[in-house]
Design a protein around this ligand. Structure first.
Ligand SMILES: C[S@@+](CC[C@H](N)C(=O)[O-])C[C@H]1O[C@@H](n2cnc3c(N)ncnc32)[C@H](O)[C@@H]1O
Length: 221
């Protein structure tokens, strides 16, 4: 069974129920650091997709300020059902990162909301392809995830057969010339700054997509 199937079959719901207090609508006025960074790349009216959105609380925060059109996907049917009731202005669907139910070039900003660390390694190329497919040229791609010094794999304590994979997932996109790093901001669960312990270190990274970019012109004028 893949990790994707384990999340679809119930671990997504279990995650949401374990962390329900943090996803309560009453938390919507808060603005965690990753969101503050991402907010800087969202213009009013932009179309934003969060991959691994739980009930969409973070999307709702962006919908209120600066006022975007928010779409989100998550394997948890319970989280999506709750979010549809709590945040009816959002478009929330049950899906996984490797298969996004959206047309090409639908979004101005696509954001992995702290979910890449549980994605099956064989699915990563498809996940990259899907995010790139739905992101407009000229848009931004954001990744919130662990940011260790070196890749590490660890047993995920909440479900058998699942590992968490801590690595710099932005490198997957930065291998392509059209993706460049616009901003990287380290933080941790304990503080809004760099953590000396690489196992605790997280980062929000924002990449700019420019399909014509990445090349120095050498043809004569
Ligand atoms: C740590 S939570 C983060 C939730 C939310 N984005 C946040 O920042 O609070 C990870 C989320 O990723 C979801 N997830 C797990 N596997 C996924 C996959 N293959 N594709 C998309 N989301 C996934 C989980 O159901 C969970 O809601």
């Amino acid at each position: 069974m893949t990790q994707r199937d384990i999340f679809l079959a119930g671990e997504g719901d279990a995650y949401f129920r374990r962390n329900a207090a943090g996803y309560a609508p009453s938390q919507a006025a808060a603005s965690p650091l990753p969101l503050e960074v991402i907010r800087g790349y969202v213009r009013p009216g932009a179309r934003v997709l969060e991959i691994g959105c739980a009930n969409g609380l973070n999307l709702e925060r962006l919908r209120r300020d600066p006022g975007c059109a928010g779409s989100g996907i998550d394997p948890s049917a319970a989280a999506v059902e709750a979010g549809r009731k709590e945040f009816p202005a959002l478009d929330l669907q049950v899906a996984t990162a490797d298969r996004l139910p959206f047309a090409d070039a639908s979004f101005d900003l696509v954001w992995f909301g702290f979910c890449l660390y549980v994605v099956d390694r064989p699915l990563l190329p498809r996940v990259v392809s899907e995010a790139d497919r739905v992101l407009k040229d000229g848009g931004f791609l954001a990744i919130v995830d662990f940011d260790p010094d070196a890749p590490v794999r660890r047993r995920y304590s909440h479900a058998a057969g699942v590992s968490s994979f801590k690595t710099d997932h932005a490198r997957m996109f930065l291998g392509f010339p059209q993706y460049v790093l616009a901003e990287k901001r380290p933080f941790s669960h304990a503080a809004a700054r760099w953590d000396a312990d690489p196992g605790e270190r997280l980062a929000v990274q924002v990449l700019a997509k420019d399909n014509s970019g990445g090349y120095a012109p050498i043809d004569p004028a």
